[in-house]
Design a binder for this molecule. Structure first.
Ligand code: ADP
Ligand code: MG
Ligand code: ZN
Length: 661
């Protein structure tokens, strides 16, 4: 289906421009620095400048030899020199017969020489009279310099700088504001409709969202069908989801599937605008979209302007945001979805949006874009490896299994990272090990280059082994994928656990096990060295958080009871409000948290003491290998995973070292 082309010449006729906005007629052109002519002009200027600097007359152009001053004087006295030009010490001249420096075969009738300072002055060689005597023509200005070149030479650099300066100003003023010289100048670009090539085939792992948007696509393809039946088509659809889940991608895919014009703007661009501009832009955007119908208007990052006006959190909420928001609301009320324009918007947080936006007739439909599950991640990996040659040993399902929690954008990065690594290592195709290294880097941060003393390495190895061993010994914990004492980011070592499934619900035993495992590092240090170090800070933060939530949020403590005190994930009140419970309750909560943690720590120490030889073996292996994966860990500690994935103990005593050789 084809749409009317956007009408550039025509002005949006809806209402007078708000105060402070210059008439935008002639300003509709794209900004200067976006035009290719401007770049050619700049480039030309630069080239001219270089040419002039290097080949300006007086220095070159003709072949000129440099000769010693003494040779020069000899030539003058032998009447070979016709004329000279020069400044204080530098002399260019023209001779009858070619001259050359002694010992040099390079000769020319044009020459250059430097006159030593001592040759001048009252006791000098009196060059002037010698020249006169031999009828040499003397002039002070370089001959044959064209006025144009001279002008260019003197003004060229200035012009160049002026040009660069302009460029910088325009850039820093932002594409959004169109530069300090014309508010709204870059609108033409902003509201240029696109026709995205993206389709639903490029989107994976968010099937529900895709299904919900099918209807929108269908409507945009065949509006008549829906109009005939009088069905209600949503005007506004809000895509809600964490960053990188593919909201922007999805919006483009809807346009691509339906083959309609796509007008997009990011609401964050409005935030820094001068008052009035945002509203004018919105009006213009909608006018253009309606003219191009069927079309999609996509407002990305809606929360940037759509934050609840009631909420006190709206720091620095400006008039501009208010006006822009109002204009969006007005526009949305002002058209009928039967016109064939549908507004899509994306936000990371629906909870902060102004209620007015969510009223019926506006963004009344919400589509949740959720992080992909395992199958979804595999599908996303397949999409992004379509153009990447993969080695036979690559198992994308395996990669998906190890990437719980990663969203589409992160998975794309992972593929990219692996491909770069493969290229650097000169591989023909991306291999399994490229993937696992990329993943390691992705999850753990790039390896840090610090050198630990052998003592610190051992201590770190015990710490990490403590985490890992407990995770193996306690049922209901997430499997250990890898243990490493390669320092990365802020951590000296790391134990990687990844859940088998994406859990939605956590039983109390699981939470307790998590606490125990998190305390495992500290417990190992306690058991082995009798003292603890600061290395466990991160662990303790995690421990405190989980324990506090168990008590104050999930009602898992008998003394406190099944109450939820409205604490957030960090275990604190959002916005620092007063605690919704008494001092006495606070004390009970603290005591209960303490009780849970103490219990878990005792359990950790007990288990590690009981399985001390496993701890020692694992530590030994870690110190030797730096990092070891699941299979190796299990082997070293004398355990294995049975068919159901449960860990079982197979060895009850340490291997006899001499025998194993
Ligand atoms: P959001 O707008 O939700 O922050 P984007 O749509 O900008 O996320 O995602 C960035 C990029 O990540 C996309 O261009 C795409 O390449 C990739 N991506 C994200 N989600 C998906 C997905 N579900 N399927 C395929 N690719 C995805
Ligand atoms: Mg986005
Ligand atoms: Zn730790």
């Amino acid at each position: 289906m084809s749409a009317a082309p956007p009408r550039w010449g025509k002005q949006p006729g809806s209402g007078p421009p708000p105060a402070g906005t210059p008439p935008s007629g002639p300003a509709r052109r794209p900004p200067l620095w976006r035009s290719w002519k401007w770049w050619i002009f700049l480039g030309g200027l630069l080239v001219a400048n270089i040419l002039i600097a290097n080949f300006a007359p007086g220095q070159g152009g003709t072949h000129r030899v440099t000769i010693p001053y003494s040779t020069f004087k000899a030539q003058v006295t032998s009447d070979n020199v016709v004329g000279v030009t020069g400044t204080a010490e530098s002399i260019d001249g023209h001779a009858k017969k070619p001259v050359s420096a002694p010992g040099s075969s390079d000769s020319s009738v044009d020459f250059h020489t430097e006159r030593p300072a001592f040759a001048g002055g009252p006791n000098g060689d009196n060059l002037e009279s010698i020249l006169e005597e031999h009828h040499v023509q003397v002039s002070a200005n370089p001959p044959s310099t064209s006025t144009f070149l001279l002008l260019l030479e003197s003004f060229g650099p200035t012009l160049l700088f002026a040009g660069l300066f302009l460029l910088i100003i325009r850039r820093s003023a932002g594409a959004g504001a169109g530069g300090v010289f014309g508010i709204g100048k870059s609108q033409a670009r902003l509201y240029d409709p696109e026709r995205p090539r993206t389709t639903f085939a490029d989107v994976a792992g968010i099937e529900e969202a895709k299904q919900e948007l099918e209807e929108v696509v269908d409507f945009l393809r065949e509006p008549q069908k829906y109009q005939r039946l009088g069905g209600t088509i949503p005007k506004g659809v809000l895509l809600v989801g964490a960053p990188g889940t593919g909201k922007t991608l999805l919006a483009r895919a809807v346009a691509g599937e339906a083959g309609v014009a796509f007008f997009s703007i990011s609401a964050s661009e409005f935030v820094e605008m001068i008052v009035g501009v945002g509203a004018a832009r919105v009006r213009d955007l909608f006018t253009k979209a309606r003219a191009a119908a069927p079309a999609i208007v996509f407002i990305d990052e809606l929360d940037a302007i759509g934050r609840s006006r009631a909420s006190g959190m709206r720091l620095g909420g400006t008039d501009e945001q208010e006006q822009t928001l109002n204009q969006i609301l007005t526009e949305m009320d002002g058209f009928d979805s039967r016109e064939g324009v549908i507004v899509l918007a994306a936000t990371n947080r629906a909870d902060v949006l102004d209620a007015a936006l969510l009223r019926p007739g506006r963004f009344d439909r919400r589509v949740l874009v959720q992080p992909p599950d395992r199958a979804g991640r595999a599908a996303i990996l397949r999409i992004h490896t379509r153009e990447v040659p993969l080695a036979e040993d690559v198992d994308l399902d395996g990669v998906a299994a190890q990437t719980t929690g990663l969203v589409g954008a992160e998975l794309r990065n992972l593929v990219n990272e692996a491909a770069l690594l493969a290229a650097r290592l000169g591989h023909e195709a991306v291999t399994r090990s490229d993937f696992s290294q990329a993943l390691e880097k992705n999850i753990l941060g790039a390896a840090r280059h610090i050198v630990l003393t052998p003592k610190d390495r051992e201590r770190t190895a015990y710490h990490e082994s403590g985490h890992a061993l407990l995770a193996l010994l306690i049922p209901e914990t997430d499997p250990v994928r890898k243990v490493s004492i390669v320092p990365r980011g802020m951590a000296l070592g790391v134990t990687v656990q990844s859940p088998v499934d994406d859990r939605q619900n956590y039983p109390e035993t699981y939470l307790r096990a998590r606490i125990t495992v998190a305390l495992g590092g500290r417990a190992a240090e306690q058991v082995v060295y009798g003292v603890v170090t600061t290395g466990a800070e991160n662990d303790l933060r995690q421990v405190t958080q989980i324990a506090h939530q168990m008590v104050a949020r999930f009602g898992m403590s008998e003394r406190v009871g099944p109450l939820n005190f409205g604490v957030d994930d960090e275990g604190t009140r959002p916005f620092g409000g007063p605690r919704p419970y008494s001092e006495a309750t606070a004390e009970v909560i603290d005591a209960e948290v303490r009780g849970i943690v103490d219990g878990c720590f005792d359990q950790a120490c007990g288990l590690l003491t009981e399985h001390r030889w496993r701890l020692d073996e694992l530590t030994r292996a870690l110190v030797a290998e730096d990092s070891i994966d699941e299979e190796e860990i299990l082997r070293v500690v004398g355990m294995r995973r049975d068919a159901d994935g449960e860990v079982q103990i197979i060895a009850t005593s340490p291997p006899v070292r001499a025998a194993t050789g």
